[in-house]
Design a protein around this ligand. Structure first.
Ligand code: TA6
Length: 284
């Protein structure tokens, strides 16, 4: 594990082992690159991402906590919570017996987090870089009352072109359609994206495959501890309004996210821990 500094003093961990290369920014606890077998990145990073404290990084795996989407009562509070706007501490870096690299990052409640959310908590990101990337978010309630939270591992996947890909694994699943509010059921076996799309698939823990015949790969997206899978692509029009995305950025990524939100917020008693993970890799 090496350290690298990018613009604006942001520190990255650079990981290289026999399975893969990966980069993790300590600001946000944000994985920005994962290249299994030293090949093309599975993750997409916006070339216009700010890498600026106070702004979320655009691309990679944003960690959303302790809420997903806008704050439910205060629109001034940051979208998707504050975890992606904070520095995470390195608790441990280690090599597993089989040669994978494991990095544990921590974020604890502080005066700063209490400006946004009143509770004491400890959050840990346990990231394993092997032939797959496993990002595990562990949240412990260290306060003396119960709390409820939402979260997401909001992964941006790198595509040859949005029109080329198909997403498998969601057939028959009910989703909340954010762009045309209401619940619908996906009938198709393979989801093809031809326009802006924000779907929150409900009550599903299924693995999803992103097939990209032009890049000749199938990305397997697994998860645990999450019952909502969000699929997001802004489409051409909305993309042009998002400052840290190039106008044609929407063509190169899709987000497939392991979410806890809506009817699946997590309620934690004092001392209790919840774990959710996103596991991504190339299908064998
Ligand atoms: O997960 C989908 C979503 O909530 C979309 O509604 C869209 O806004 C996207 O995430 C990106 O959010 P961000 O705050 O990173 O611009």
């Amino acid at each position: 594990v090496g350290f690298a500094e990018l613009e604006n003093d942001l520190v990255f961990l650079t990981i290289s082992n026999k399975y893969a290369d990966a980069d993790i920014c300590l600001y946000g606890g944000h994985v920005t690159s994962f290249r299994p077998h030293k090949t093309m990145d599975l993750l997409w990073m916006s070339p216009d991402s700010m890498f600026e404290v106070g702004k979320p990084i655009r691309g990679g795996i944003p960690v959303c906590f302790p809420w997903f989407g806008p704050h439910k009562s205060d629109p001034q509070k940051p979208q998707h919570g504050f975890a992606r706007l904070m520095y995470w501490n390195v608790a441990e870096t280690a090599t597993t017996p089989t040669g994978e690299t494991r990095v544990r990052l921590q974020l604890s409640s502080s005066e700063e987090t209490k400006n946004y959310w009143p509770f004491d908590f400890e959050a840990e990101l346990d990231i394993t870089v092997g032939s797959k990337l496993n990002v595990l978010l562990k949240v412990t309630n260290t306060s003396n009352e119960s709390f409820e939270f939402g979260s997401a591992l909001h992964t941006y996947f790198y595509l040859s072109g949005i029109e080329n890909i198909g997403i498998e694994g969601l057939q028959g699943t009910t989703y909340y359609n954010q762009l045309n509010p209401g619940n619908e059921v996906q009938e198709e076996a393979v989801l093809h994206i031809r326009e802006a799309l924000t779907r929150h698939y409900l009550d599903t823990e299924a693995a999803v495959v992103i097939s990209d015949p032009v890049f000749r790969r199938r990305i397997l997206v697994e998860k645990t501890g999450s019952k909502v899978t969000t699929v997001w692509n802004p489409g051409k029009e909305a993309c042009a309004t998002i400052g840290d995305l190039p106008d044609d950025g929407y063509e190169s990524f899709v987000c497939v996210e392991a979410v806890n939100a809506f009817n699946n917020l997590i309620c934690l008693a004092p001392g209790a821990t919840h774990e959710t993970s996103a596991i991504i890799g190339l299908e064998a």
